[in-house]
Design a protein around this ligand. Structure first.
Ligand code: DGL
Length: 359
């Protein structure tokens, strides 16, 4: 049961009034063709009661049910759905990303697809969005959307988020801006957005660089453009890749040693992102392990656990001398994605530093 019976009746009343208004406007022009690729998450989740907003089961509702739960979609786009995966997004992996990216590029190459919406768990939504931002080969809109409350919850945010995402994906104004995230009436770029709260509906934020625009009554309003290269302007191509290089993240904290770094290298990491304290500082007990890893050919990126700000090259460490890469202002989890794709092209750290200064 997607909605509580009483709420369904109320929805029907408001929905029909809405459809009447929206219908007139939408019939004025041709509706865009928007494909929804469903991957799971809370937006497809169900709870035991209408007040269950934690402790629910993610990834249980299929894409057709998600579409049917929002009849207003039919008035703003020709929507079709595809269940690509049905997983909680903490389980998203490289193989999922490669499959999803290839399907997105295949669909966007079709003239009868104007935009794509990807429904996704919020835990790793920012990572999938950034990965696609670097490998989608189209200017057409690709919009990731999730929800923070399951479909069965009081004031579930999934339906309105999905409605907004479909409107955004079908709107030519969203083209050429890279992969976007539409949640909570806000539009974010894939590069700058992050999940900033464990449970609240306003969790997706770009704390210092800000959102790129709003969605209000189904219409997008943009106020800035992305400045880093994305989609058609990137050098990365996953179309012929069956796997991605193993890249891991080692987190720094007071009293940290070298165990994690050594273990990740021993397990076969080809690249390592160090989520340093402050401006990417290297603790004395960890630095020798990173130097040894570099000597074995592992590419090291200095990032920061802080969350905002630039990790400056040759700032807290002599990257020139250590032959490390400075991770700019990317979070460690996004630096991992860029390093993974960089390693599909080169192991040259000067080239990889250029990539971190470019994307
Ligand atoms: N298991 C989490 C996920 O699939 C639920 C969080 C959510 O989707 O909002 O990301």
């Amino acid at each position: 049961m997607l909605f509580h019976p009483t709420r369904r009746a109320t929805l029907a009343l408001f929905g029909s009034l809405f459809l009447l208004a929206g219908g007139v406007q939408a019939q004025a022009g041709k509706l865009p063709n928007v494909r929804i690729l469903a991957t799971g998450g809370t937006i497809a989740g169900t709870g035991a009661t209408s007040t269950t907003t934690v402790g629910y089961t993610a990834a249980t509702v299929g894409v057709q049910a998600l579409i049917q739960a929002v009849p207003e979609l039919a008035k703003v786009a020709n929507v079709t759905g595809e269940q690509v995966f049905q997983i909680a997004s903490e389980n998203m992996g490289n193989e999922h990303w490669l499959q999803l990216a290839k399907r997105v590029n295949q669909l966007l190459a079709q003239p009868d697809v104007d935009g794509i919406v990807i429904t996704h768990g919020t835990d790793t939504l920012e990572e999938t969005a950034y990965f696609l931002n670097l490998v989608v080969k189209s200017r057409k809109p690709v919009v990731l959307v999730g929800s923070m409350r399951p479909s069965t919850a009081l004031s579930a945010d999934g339906p309105i988020n999905l409605y907004n995402a479909v409107q955004l994906a079908g709107n030519p104004a969203a083209a050429g801006k890279g992969v976007l995230v539409a949640m909570n009436d806000q539009i974010h770029t894939a590069r700058d957005v992050t999940k900033a709260n464990t449970t609240t509906a306003d969790t997706f934020r770009a704390a210092e660089l800000g959102m790129i625009g709003y969605i209000q009554s189904g219409k997008p309003y943009f106020y800035r453009e992305p400045t880093r290269k994305h989609t058609v302007d990137t050098e990365f191509d996953v179309s012929k890749l069956a796997s991605l290089p193993q890249v891991d993240v080692a987190y720094a904290y007071a009293n940290v040693g070298a165990v994690a770094v050594n273990a990740l290298v021993a397990a076969g990491a080809k690249g390592l992102v160090h989520a340093g304290v402050g401006n990417g500082s290297l603790p004395a007990n960890t630095k020798p392990a990173l130097v040894a890893a570099r000597a074995k050919g592992v590419v090291i990126v200095r990032s920061s656990r802080v969350g905002q700000g630039i990790v400056a090259r040759n700032g807290e460490a002599n990257d020139d001398q250590l032959d490390f890469v400075a991770g700019d202002n990317l979070s460690p989890q996004k630096a991992r994605i860029l390093l993974m794709l960089a390693l599909t092209k080169t192991g040259d750290t000067r080239e990889i530093q250029r990539m971190f200064n470019t994307y």
